[in-house]
Design a protein around this ligand. Structure first.
Ligand code: NAG
Ligand code: NAG
Ligand code: NAG
Ligand code: NAG
Ligand code: NAG
Ligand code: NAG
Ligand code: NAG
Length: 823
């Protein structure tokens, strides 16, 4: 036994040694000086060996009918000779270690070769490159053209083929084929809409850009893999938005980021947001944008490098990275790297559209604890060539992903269908995005003079709006048959909700706001900003939006089973059993917990109620309607100006103090729990027979609980099925959620835990002594006597004080129920 453990330990120990990228040493082969008997020693320490004298037989090439030309226009031995092929020919290499290889082809222009037209291929990638001397590549006739590819090469023979086109010929001056460090390029990377692109390594990557942002050119002499990194100046859209930053401190490489990923100078320099005019996330001058021209309609592997050399304390800078259709990425160096001066990078697979432009832009985040600041250290863009064996699938590894594989088979199918729909929409929508971003098309079509048009400013007024989700009005119009009444499924103060049938057959809920009011507009934008930042299985996701003309339209995933309230009372729908109700509460609690804790620094929903909890076809619950949501204030004494929320669910503490915390949501959630238990509205109004203390469910519920009579108000149709222990835990949870003092209310994870426990007790129905599973602690229990009167109907009359209070008794619309466009 001990022996086995020791062996296992040794095995792990050695395999970790073997796999450690730090163990990588740069290979000394293959570096080839083509068409030559001479070695060329480089200043970067390598020797390019003449192909005619290559030792050891590990290299061969088609010598017959190839010829050699010499060029005296350069003093560089490496480029004084080229091998010329008049018909398809190849260089063959003996590969002893399978892995990712860097393959570089050097071409040097001269009178003799300037007319060559040919293509280069390998065994697995048939068209690596169609080669002609580019017309305007460089002024400097003394610099070679170097094309770099990354290829996954198996052990054995590896060939690079040169095939002349027509009566032309092919040529090559020098070749590099060498092994990259382990895990240099991943096989998978996130791609738009929380998907993962798998199969990067089955294809070839061609390096298009390698940029040392904010720094100087890095030459092969300095780089750890003989790469060249260029400065970013020509790509930075507006030079005034950024300043260079540098440090003499050495980057703290750790884990998977080694100096082979990028050398120290990349991380020691950065471009940081220019804050001379003050820093402000809504100021366009604070948004750095880089624009790269790339091949049209093709996939690119993009790696962005970061290293916080700008912040003065750990974790002080948080910002959002936008990159052609990728979901906005929160960049929080503390979360990712844990320290200042510690390099990290993010990989993506991004498609270019017909404009052939790739934009990267950085927006300071409102979540940033100290300073509004953004920075970037490096960018690499590689085109994916070949597109073999590519799988694009939901990204299961991501914490924030909403496409979690559920236990129900049918659910998975439905979820994938929704995912595919979103993905297709995204692809389609790109054309829209392009038109919005056209001012940034600095390299395409000579539009570089149109910098800073009104349109751009317009876009940036709400910089966090996800442009990738924008939909053309015409598309929505046709999906809803021009807002046909027959497709209407809901109506509310904000306008109407329709089922939209989109061209690909998918359905979604289309919520059309009434013509713009400034208040409605801000909530419209809040909803887009919040929903486009988050994806969670228990939060209703936004599929698109339209703000063309004066429209305010939101398109959501369709929740077939409507609101939770629809299933509780005033309904003909079948009664939900207790277990199912618990599960729904658990789902919603998960969504809310995510919102509070995991999501972009914390978001307070502010309008939790049974009509904002929606059910899909499998009765999976999701929280909806983020129009009133707010980021958690950093400063807890933040006094919000207007009280917002829905009457009957509104936290009395918040009402009295105007201090908003996530505990206000916990209170509202407590009211929802009572609603679920008792199947009655939060407020019953207009019934003169009803005793005053019964009007407000929260008050009534607490009163009954105190008197030990809670069972008497439980929904009669489920009374018989509730396990007493399950009920007890549930009731205690409700009581804690409704505590007068927000600080004493549990956080959502605690609520979630209690609800799961209540479900567990219901399922196992094991009898326990009452004290055993009490989740309430003594202090809580004793303080309960003092429950405060909640704002009841009589208070509502002071309309000036609470302009946005909603009356929970109005019948609200399916699917996203409440009106967030208040008029
Ligand atoms: C070229 O370099 C190789 C390896 O460094 C060496 O073995 C060989 O002798 C050199 N040949 C000449 C002609 O310098
Ligand atoms: C290539 O070299 C030829 C001859 O030196 C020259 O006429 C031509 O302009 C060069 N092409 C480029 C793109 O530099
Ligand atoms: C290269 O040219 C050939 C023939 O003109 C064409 O079939 C092929 O698609 C081209 N490959 C690339 C990568 O452009
Ligand atoms: C190319 O040459 C022109 C004219 O000599 C010069 O103005 C320009 O800066 C050069 N461009 C590069 C990239 O060297
Ligand atoms: C935005 O920033 C620029 C420069 O950074 C500054 O000149 C300008 O006054 C700022 N505008 C606003 C509205 O704050
Ligand atoms: C940011 O700018 C907006 C308008 O451009 C202004 O209303 C707001 O007060 C500014 N905020 C800060 C913190 O400067
Ligand atoms: C790119 O895709 C669009 C839409 O699919 C198509 O109309 C266009 O011709 C394509 N462009 C290129 C250069 O392939």
């Amino acid at each position: 036994m001990q022996m086995e453990k020791l062996l296992l330990f040794l095995l792990l120990f050695f395999s970790s040694i073997l796999l450690s990228p730090a163990d990588y040493t740069r290979p000394d082969h293959f570096f080839i000086n083509c068409g030559s008997k001479a070695n060329s020693s480089r200043s970067d320490g390598r020797t390019f060996i003449g192909d005619l004298i290559y030792p050891g037989g590990s290299l061969s090439f088609t010598k017959q009918r190839s010829s050699v030309i010499t060029n005296s226009q350069t003093s560089d031995v490496l480029y004084q000779t080229a091998r010329i092929f008049k018909q398809q020919s190849s260089y063959k290499f003996d590969i002893d270690t399978a892995g990712i290889y860097l393959v570089r082809l050097h071409f040097f222009n001269s009178t003799d070769v300037s007319t060559a037209v040919f293509y280069v291929s390998t065994d697995r990638v048939s068209q690596l490159k169609n080669f002609t001397i580019p017309r305007s590549s460089t002024n400097d006739s003394n610099s070679p053209l170097i094309d770099e590819f990354l290829l996954n090469i198996p052990q054995g023979k590896f060939s690079i083929y040169f095939t002349p086109q027509g009566s032309s010929f092919a040529f090559i001056n020098a070749l590099e084929v060498f092994l990259a460090p382990e895990n240099f390029i991943p096989d998978k990377a996130p791609t738009p809409t929380n998907k993962k692109y798998t199969g990067i390594l089955s294809n070839a990557l061609q390096t298009i850009y390698r940029i040392n942002v904010g720094g100087e050119t890095i030459t092969p002499e300095t780089d750890t893999l003989w790469r060249t990194w260029k400065p970013d100046d020509e790509f930075l859209y507006n030079p005034n938005t950024g300043k260079s930053a540098s440090t003499s401190g050495l980057p703290k490489y750790n884990g998977e980021v080694t100096n082979y990923i990028a050398p120290a100078p990349v991380y020691q320099t950065a471009r940081r947001m220019n804050t001379d005019g003050g820093s402000n996330f809504s100021n366009i001058s604070n948004i750095m944008t880089w624009s790269f021209s790339v091949s049209k309609n093709s996939s690119h592997f993009v790696r962005v490098h970061f290293c916080d050399i700008v912040g003065t304390s750990v974790g002080s800078i948080i910002f959002i990275l936008y990159l052609n259709g990728i979901d906005p990425q929160k960049v929080d160096s503390y979360e990712i790297s844990g320290d200042l001066l510690t390099p990290f990078y993010l990989d993506f697979v991004v498609d270019s559209d017909e404009s052939g432009v790739m934009n990267i832009y950085l927006v300071p985040s409102e979540d940033s604890p100290e300073v509004l600041m953004t920075y970037l250290n490096g960018v690499e863009i590689m085109e994916i060539i070949g597109e073999l064996n590519v799988v694009i699938e939901p990204d299961k590894s991501k914490k924030t992903v909403f496409l979690v594989v559920g236990p129900v088979g049918g659910l998975l199918v439905c979820v994938l269908a929704v995912g595919l729909f979103i993905f297709l929409k995204k692809r389609k929508r790109r054309s829209v995005e392009t038109s919005v971003w056209s001012p940034f098309n600095v390299h395409g079509g000579g539009s570089s003079n149109s910098k800073g048009t009104d349109r751009t400013i317009n876009v940036f007024r709400f910089p966090n709006l996800n442009l990738g989700l924008r939909m053309p009005f015409t598309e929505i119009q046709s999906a809803t048959n021009n807002f046909d009444e027959k497709l209407q499924i809901g109506k509310g103060g904000f306008g109407n909700v329709y089922i939209g049938k989109f061209k690909n057959g998918s359905k979604a809920a289309v919520k059309r706001g009434q013509p713009r009011s400034s208040q409605g507009l801000s909530e419209f934008h809040t909803e887009i900003m919040i929903l486009s930042k988050i994806r969670h299985r228990h939060l209703v996701s936004l599929i698109g939006y339209c703000d063309e003309r004066s429209e305010m339209i939101l398109v959501y995933e369709l929740m077939k089973n409507g609101t939770l309230r629809d299933h509780l009372y005033k309904t003909n729908l079948p009664c939900l059993p207790w277990k199912q109700r618990l599960q729904i509460c658990i789902d919603a609690a998960r969504g809310l917990h995510y919102l509070h804790k995991e999501c972009a620094g914390g978001i307070i929903h502010r309008d939790i109620k049974s009509t904002n909890i929606l059910l899909d076809e499998n009765l999976i619950a999701k929280v909806a309607d983020f129009g009133l949501s707010k980021s958690v204030p950093m400063d807890q004494t933040d006094v919000s100006t207007g009280i917002k929320g829905t009457f009957g669910y509104l936290d009395p503490e918040y009402f009295n103090t105007h201090q908003l915390t996530e505990k206000s949501d916990v209170y509202s959630f407590g009211v929802v729990l009572l609603e679920v238990l008792c199947a009655r509205p939060a407020i019953i109004s207009g019934d003169p027979q009803l005793p005053m203390e019964q009007v407000n469910l929260a008050e009534w519920g607490l009163l009954c609980h105190r008197k030990g009579l809670l069972e008497t108000i439980v929904d009669p149709s489920i009374k018989g099925q509730i396990n007493p222990n399950s009920l007890r835990i549930f009731a205690e949870t409700v009581k804690k959620c409704l505590l007068e003092d927000g600080a004493n209310r549990p956080s959502m994870d605690k609520v979630l835990w209690d609800l799961e426990y209540a479900l567990h007790l219901q399922q196992t129905a094991v009898y326990r002594e009452p004290h055993e599973d009490s989740t309430i602690d003594a202090t809580f229990g004793l303080r309960l006597v003092n429950v405060q009167r909640l704002p009841s109907l009589s208070l509502q009359i002071e309309k000036d004080d609470m302009p946005i209070l909603r009356d929970s008794t109005t019948d609200e619309a399916f699917p996203s129920a409440s009106e967030f466009f208040h008029n």
